[in-house]
Design a protein around this ligand. Structure first.
Ligand code: HEC
Length: 126
């Protein structure tokens, strides 16, 4: 009985630790990609103040603003990043990245964008 309990506690700790590890990895990868491909327009801190954004008719959103960003579904973020603004009836100034980035890289970027939001993003309960 006590042995089972120890086993349960140990596996719970390992499971929690590996989940944390995986999501930290995703965010770190996503951040690299964001700084490389996205910061020119979205800004290094994601506030939509990148160098190229100044002259645009439709400005990128502030990715640190949870009030705005938390309303967007993961699917919407994935689609606009992968296919570009025009494909989702948004500004064509947002390029599509499906050609350069693999699906899992786009998911990493979405995880990174989520981590910028204040108030923090809470995934919908399934
Ligand atoms: C050439 C400038 C440019 C680059 C580079 C760019 N974006 Fe955008 N992005 C935009 C603009 C402009 C919008 C606003 C579209 C609209 O609201 O109609 C946008 C919109 C978005 C949105 C929807 C929320 C918002 O900000 O309005 C996401 C998410 C996004 N971009 C992610 C990315 C990611 C991730 C990358 C890098 C892989 C990237 N963008 C690179 C210009 C850019």
């Amino acid at each position: 009985m006590a042995k089972n309990l120890v086993f349960l506690v140990v596996s719970a700790v390992i499971a929690a630790f590996s989940v944390e590890l995986v999501s930290a990895q995703d965010k770190a990868e996503g951040k690299k990609i964001y700084l490389t491909y996205c910061a020119a327009c979205h800004g290094e801190s994601g506030k939509g103040d990148g160098l190229a954004a100044g002259s645009m008719a439709v400005k990128p959103a502030d990715h640190t603003n949870g009030e705005v960003m938390n309303k967007q579904s993961d699917q919407f973020l994935f689609d606009i990043i992968s296919k570009g603004g025009a494909a989702v009836q948004k500004s064509p100034m947002m390029p599509g990245w499906g050609g350069q980035l693999k699906e899992n890289q786009i998911r990493d970027v979405v995880a990174y964008i989520r981590s910028l939001a204040t108030p923090p993003y809470k995934p919908p309960k399934q």
